[in-house]
Each structure stands twice: as structure tokens, then as C-alpha cells.
Ligand binder design. Structure first.
Ligand code: ADP
Ligand code: MG
Length: 224
């Protein structure tokens, strides 16, 4: 599903080069639940941007579902982001004026799903994350954990090949964070490929495999 070959990324800050990713090399198969784990500043978000086709490598190659990302146009990349990847962020990134159901409908509206159908599907996705009775609530009427569930339902509504979750428990207390990880595990058991990005080792251990990144390099890749 995912193949990164010797991917590097350097940022320039004035005259100073910061090598955020240095020869990153790994593969992730369909149906896996993988954690990318490393301390703050190790390059996780830079890697997430690559994986999510929000940025392209300076060096190396990235194949997603057989597509050569380095040789894709901006239009193609936008299309890939919208159809293949479901993003989940630390701060949920819900639209505050829309209720939970409407938030889940947004990606489907972009895909041209009819209004009636997107309502029906959005209800089903909310049910999958245990929020069938919260559709009419706006984000500020929901707890943090519930908001993250809505964000996960929204990610699912793209029928993504991969869910990319960047620190999805970072804004939650421990118990709620564990519940969100349980939900991700459940979705993975149903076949969803998930990449979880975290600085927290305990959370990373919940995934089936860990890819550790330190100073932009993969330091080890233990299998449990
Ligand atoms: P993490 O998500 O693991 O905390 P990042 O990928 O955000 O790490 O950052 C990796 C390194 O790249 C850090 O040294 C950071 O300062 C640097 N960096 C990240 N984004 C930029 C940017 N847009 N411009 C310059 N340097 C950046
Ligand atoms: Mg980060």
C-alpha cells in the first residue's frame, strides 16, 4: 500500500539547513495498524505531510497504492488526498458552525454524493463511532473525545485506503485517549489500514507495529 524509498526532506531556515527526514525507508501493507513514534522535533509531522501527499520529498521515492507520488501533478495529489486518505488531527479540525452530521457530510459533498444519500451515510458513520444520538450537536456541544469521534467518522466517509492520525489523543485526557485508540483498533479489525503518529510510547504500543524515528532517521523497527 505504502512504499517509501530513501526519502529525505531538508528545510532551509535562513542559511541553515535542517534535515527533517534523512533516508527514510519502509513499507506498510494493506490492513496494517502501524504507529510512527518519536520525540518532538524528530520529523513525524514532516513524514505525515509526505504520507498524506501534502508535501513531496526532496530525494527518494514514495509510492502510494502503486502511484508514483513524486511524478504526480498538484491536481493528481489533491485527488489522491481526497479519495485515498482520511486525516485525523490532534485538534479535531471540525467546522464549528456545522453539526456533527454535517461535518461528516462535508467530504461526501465534495465527491458529489447527493444530499439525501450523504445524510444517510453520515448517520451510519456516526453510528460506527458510537455517536448515533449526537448528530445535531455542534462541536462546542460535544466533549473532546466525542469531537475526535466525529473527526474519525468524517475521515471514514471518504472511504479512505488509509487513515492518517497525527497525535489523535494529544488533546485528550488519558482515559478518553485510550477510548479513541480502542476505536481505531476496532476499525483496523474491520480491515481499515491505519497509521498513527505519536510521541507517546504507551500509545504506540497499541498498534501492531512501530516505526521509530529519531532526528529524521528510522532508529529501529521492532516487531511485537
Ligand atoms: P515532529 O512532528 O516530530 O515534532 P517535525 O516534522 O515538525 O517534527 O519537525 C522536524 C524538524 O524539522 C524540526 O527540527 C523542525 O524544527 C523542522 N521543521 C519542521 N517544519 C519546518 C518548516 N516548515 N520550516 C523549517 N523547519 C521546519
Ligand atoms: Mg508533530
Amino acid at each position: 500500500m505504502i512504499e517509501m524509498k530513501n526519502v529525505s526532506k531538508t528545510y532551509m531556515i535562513g542559511d541553515t539547513e535542517v534535515k527533517a527526514l534523512d533516508q527514510i525507508h519502509f513499507q506498510i501493507g494493506k490492513g496494517e495498524f502501524v504507529a510512527i513514534v518519536g520525540p518532538s522535533g524528530s520529523g513525524k509531522s514532516t513524514l505525515m505531510n509526505m504520507l498524506g501527499c501534502l508535501d513531496v520529498p526532496d530525494e527518494g521515492e514514495y509510492f502510494l497504492d502503486g502511484i508514483d507520488i513524486n511524478n504526480s501533478s498538484d491536481n493528481d495529489l489533491a485527488q489522491i488526498r481526497n479519495t485515498k486518505i482520511g486525516f485525523v488531527f490532534q485538534n479535531f479540525n471540525l467546522l464549528s458552525k456545522l453539526n456533527a452530521l454535517e461535518n461528516v457530510e462535508v467530504p461526501m459533498m465534495y465527491k458529489g454524493v447527493s444530499a439525501g444519500e450523504s445524510k444517510r451515510l453520515a448517520s451510519a458513520y456516526l453510528e460506527r463511532v458510537g455517536l448515533q444520538d449526537r448528530g445535531k450537536h455542534t462541536p462546542k456541544e460535544l466533549s473532546g473525545g466525542q469531537q475526535q469521534r466525529v473527526a474519525i467518522a468524517r475521515a471514514l466517509s471518504c472511504e479512505p485506503q488509509i487513515i492518517l492520525a497525527d497525535e489523535p489523543t494529544g488533546a485528550l485526557d488519558q482515559k478518553t485517549g485510550r477510548e479513541i485508540i480502542c476505536l481505531l483498533k476496532e476499525l483496523n479489525a474491520q480491515g481499515q489500514t491505519i497509521i498513527l503518529i505519536t510521541h507517546d510510547n504507551n500509545i504506540a504500543q497499541q498498534a501492531n507495529r512501530q516505526i521509530c524515528i529519531i532526528d529524521g532517521q528510522i532508529s529501529e523497527e521492532p516487531r511485537l
